[in-house]
Design a binder for this molecule. Structure first.
Ligand SMILES: C[S@@+](CC[C@H](N)C(=O)[O-])C[C@H]1O[C@@H](n2cnc3c(N)ncnc32)[C@H](O)[C@@H]1O
Length: 186
């Protein structure tokens, strides 16, 4: 909370939701795209069973290293693999090394123009019945304001429209925190 950019940290109400998803899915293998303070990684790792893993992807270790002391203090450091690189490359690497269909859950909370690519790659990486959790899908209400035409808003608006029509998934958009869409892979 003392970090200069603490406003990017996910709000507390997203943590019980993520933890419930981990338990409902009996998840053991999770990808998180966008780690920043490590708060959501910590929340999901605490809900994982022994042997479970969060693959935590971020482009910057400046941000991602903020959470490490908290992961250690909570005893979940060995449940989180921090992978520092552009998330698109890391996800492509997972696909290339045969991990398609092996993940239970994905959580997207990174650069908004990258969301569509992360969504497509996560859909391939998830097993049928796995869930992608997409954060910020209400984007502070800007998604319904036609005057908002910046790159971030356009990217989220386009992905919302695409997911709504996407027959590869069953969806539910929740008005939790800044809008959270759950997309279950059929
Ligand atoms: C909104 S923050 C994530 C907040 C996090 N859920 C938390 O609880 O603190 C977004 C993160 O996405 C990361 N990010 C931005 N572009 C990225 C990219 N191309 N690949 C991977 N991570 C990226 C940023 O470095 C930042 O840490």
């Amino acid at each position: 909370m003392k970090h200069a950019r603490a406003g990017m940290c996910s709000p507390p109400d997203s943590i019980p939701l993520l933890q419930l998803m981990v338990q409902l899915l009996n998840a053991k293998k999770i990808v998180e795209v966008g780690v920043f303070t490590g708060y959501t990684s910590l929340g999901m790792a605490l809900a994982l069973p022994e042997g479970g893993k969060v693959y935590a992807l971020d482009i910057s270790d400046d941000y991602a290293s903020v959470g490490k002391p908290f992961w250690r203090a909570a005893g979940v450091e060995d449940k989180i693999d921090l992978l520092i690189a552009p998330a698109s490359e890391t996800l492509s690497g997972f696909l290339q090394n045969g991990q398609e269909g092996t993940f239970d859950m994905g959580f997207i909370d990174a650069d908004k123009p990258g969301y569509d690519d992360y969504y497509e790659k996560l859909l391939k990486l998830l097993r049928p019945g796995g869930v992608i959790v997409v954060d910020n899908t209400l984007w502070d209400g800007m998604v319904i304001k036609s005057e908002c035409q910046d790159d971030n808003t356009l990217a989220i608006r386009a992905l919302n429209d695409k997911i709504h029509k996407d027959d590869r998934v069953t969806i539910c958009m929740l008005p939790v925190s800044d809008g959270v869409t759950l997309a279950l892979k059929k």
